[in-house]
Structure formats: structure tokens, C-alpha cells
Write a protein that binds this ligand. Sequence first.
Ligand SMILES: Cc1cc2nc3c(=O)[nH]c(=O)nc-3n(C[C@H](O)[C@H](O)[C@H](O)COP(=O)(O)OP(=O)(O)OC[C@H]3O[C@@H](n4cnc5c(N)ncnc54)[C@H](O)[C@@H]3O)c2cc1C
Length: 396
Amino acid sequence: MRTQVGIVGAGPAGLLLSHLLALRGIDSVVVEIRSRAYCEARQRAGILEHGSVRLLRDAGLAGRLDRQGLEHGGIYLQFDGERHHVDFRALTGRTVTVYAQTEVVKDLIAERITRGGHIEFEVTDTEVDRLDTDQPVLRYTDASGTRHEVVCDAIAGCDGFHGICRPRIPAELLKVTERGYPYAWLGILADVPPSTDELIYSHHKNGFALHSLRSPTVSRLYLQVDPDESIDNWSDQRIWDELQRRFELPGSVWRLEVGPVLDKSITPMRSFVATPMRYGRMFLAGDAAHIVPPTGAKGLNLAIADVAVLAPALDWLLRGKLELADAYTATCMDRVWRATHFSWWMTTMLHRTPGADDMEAALQQSQLRYVSSSRAAATSLAENYTGYPELRYKKD
Ligand SMILES: Cc1cc2nc3c(=O)[nH]c(=O)nc-3n(C[C@H](O)[C@H](O)[C@H](O)COP(=O)(O)OP(=O)(O)OC[C@H]3O[C@@H](n4cnc5c(N)ncnc54)[C@H](O)[C@@H]3O)c2cc1C
């Protein structure tokens, strides 16, 4: 087989890249180890930055997003039994949109299939090879057991943190900068209307909690837990009780509505950046190259931003112009490091470190009070949260 770009992974990065390339008349083959149903149901992110929404709209992918996405003009920061609003719209003129990653993925798969895009689900034994030549190859076994070799002009490794592409960069060239955190998030998806109009980030002596949402009828809530915590220790009742405690507002009529838990899981947290994002004719995008803790709502947005840079770079490369491909890592890293810092900053401001002394708690309180009382500090949070630098997607 022959294609122009072989894409490993049908997450947001791989699917969007395949669509952006198709808009430029470039064909691709996307291979994915999971089934279509699994990819469309995998619970992950849910907040789109201002620039991500605009890119999806400009790329003709926002039909359902514009109808069903919920535009949010800010967030609440809760600490010391008080809830403070950070007004993104007033501070930056920008907003974010609540639209689940599951829906982004469904829209992308539907669009690619309608336009005759080639996606192979449930493949096994994916391999990428001859990456330092002009004709790298992608090999996989399809769902029926047939082995394929696809000769490409370039390969995109959009296969997430545990994928096979990043390890193909020789160890002596790969630089990894990494940090683990002494906590994880226990997340639930609940069949109950959100108890809030915008996300609540709560700093509490028992640990951080986040009230997020996926739609007007489905809530997404998180609790800080130890990284080695087992989900079996958390009955639905225990989860709701702890959420009630961490969101409680003494003296207020506000209450957390409870409902059936549809999904629950524990996700570890890490900051991870791998460079370069290119080796020969293989380019990494999204979680394959970098991971951030979810507190800043950046993972999905970074994946979108990477492929917005990669699509024109590949277009130029296929026409023999190497400048954008050569600049790919450096172009992405500006945004990646800004998002990595912001995610680390939000995380360390809001979580309780096990065994931390009184100094840490006092410094966190001071920082939270500053962000919620100073217009300058709040503007910095708002600017980063809604997307900085603002994503500018150019078709050419
Ligand atoms: C459990 C979890 C919860 C998260 N929650 C949030 C959140 O609340 N907020 C937030 O902003 N971000 C969150 N994130 C991060 C966000 O979802 C990711 O940043 C985003 O999915 C990145 O998209 P991607 O396309 O780069 O990678 P992925 O979505 O991981 O897609 C990679 C794809 O590659 C496929 N693949 C892997 N190996 C192979 C192979 N060998 N061959 C073929 N295909 C392969 C995978 O099956 C997958 O479909 C979460 C991530 C995880 C893992």
C-alpha cells in the first residue's frame, strides 16, 4: 500500500491531523489498536480553549460543538469555605467551551468516514520503520488478521503516552523532562445535572476536588486521592460523601446534587516532555510527546495545537520545503512549556501534599487569596486557562 502520511493512533491528535491533511488534499491512513466504540466512549478531557474551538470551527468540524457545547466565561476557586469567581470574559475577552473529548472524537471519526478517510480500527502489531529515509513504512495487522505494509512520505506518531513511536527515537537523541506528583484523581461521571454553572476548583484540608461537567445532564467530578489508592475502596456513597465535604459552603444554601455513577476510575498525574518531537520523517504529536496533569485542562488542547502546526509542516515537506518541519519541535515547545508550567502551578496551588508542613498550606492560601483578589493575578490565570499563546490556525 502507499499513502502520503501514515498516522498511528485515532485519538484527537491522529484523527484531527488526518482531517486537516485531507483539507489540504493530502491522503493518510490512520491505524488504531482499539475499536471505534472504545475510542468513542473513552472518558477523558472536556474543556476546549478559545483557540481550539475556533480551529475546529474553521476546519468545518463544529456543527454539533456549536449546538451542544457549553460556553463558560470563568471558573470558581473555592478555599477557606469561600467561593470566588474568576471572570475570564471580563479579564481577557475569551471563554472556554465544555464539550467532551468523546464528542470531539465521535465528530472526527464521523467526518473522516463520511469523506472516505481510511481508518483501520482494532489493528495489532503496529510497527514504524525506515524513519530516517524518504520512504518510511507503517506495518500493521488488520482486524481480519491480514498483515499490511504501507509506504509513506511521513509518519505521525499520535499514539499517546504508551505508544510505540516515541521509543523509536534513538535514546541518545531523546531528552525527557519529567515530574511525578504524590497524588492522583479519582474521577466519576454521574447521571445528574451539574450543581454549578461553571467549574469549581476546591482547595480543602482533605485534598483537592473539582466539579466539572460534560453536558446539562451529566456531571464529571474528581477527588484528590493517593496515587496507590484502589478504586475498590471507594463505594459510590463514600465518593459522594467526600465530594459533599470538599465542596461544602458553610452558611450557604448551595448543595451538591447526587445521582447514579456511570463510570469511575483513578488517573495518576505526571508532567512529561520529550524532545525532539521529530526523528527523520517521523513526527510525534499530543500525548506521545508530552503529558500534563489535568488541573489546567490542557492535554486535549495541546494535542489539537500540535497537529495545527504539523499539518502545514507536512504539507510543505511533501512539496520539498523543509523549513516548517525543521522548526516543528521548537514551534510546539513554546506552547507545551507554557501549558506545562500552568498545569504544574494550578496543581501545586490546589492539592494537599501528603505530609506537607503548615508552611505549604499557608503559602497555598496566600496564593489563592492573591489570585482571587488581584486583577493582575486573576488575568494571568484567565489568559493561561483560555489558551496562551492563542492558537491561530492558518490553512496555508
Ligand atoms: C485517563 C485519562 C484522563 C484524562 N483526563 C483529562 C482531563 O480531565 N482533562 C484534560 O485536559 N486532559 C485529560 N487527559 C488528557 C487528554 O485526554 C489527552 O491529552 C488527549 O487524549 C491526547 O490526545 P492524543 O490523541 O494525543 O492521545 P490519545 O487520546 O491517548 O490517543 C492515542 C491513540 O493511540 C492509540 N494507540 C496506542 N498505541 C497504538 C499502537 N501501537 N498502534 C495503533 N494505535 C495505538 C490509542 O489506543 C489511542 O486511541 C486525560 C488522559 C487520560 C489518559
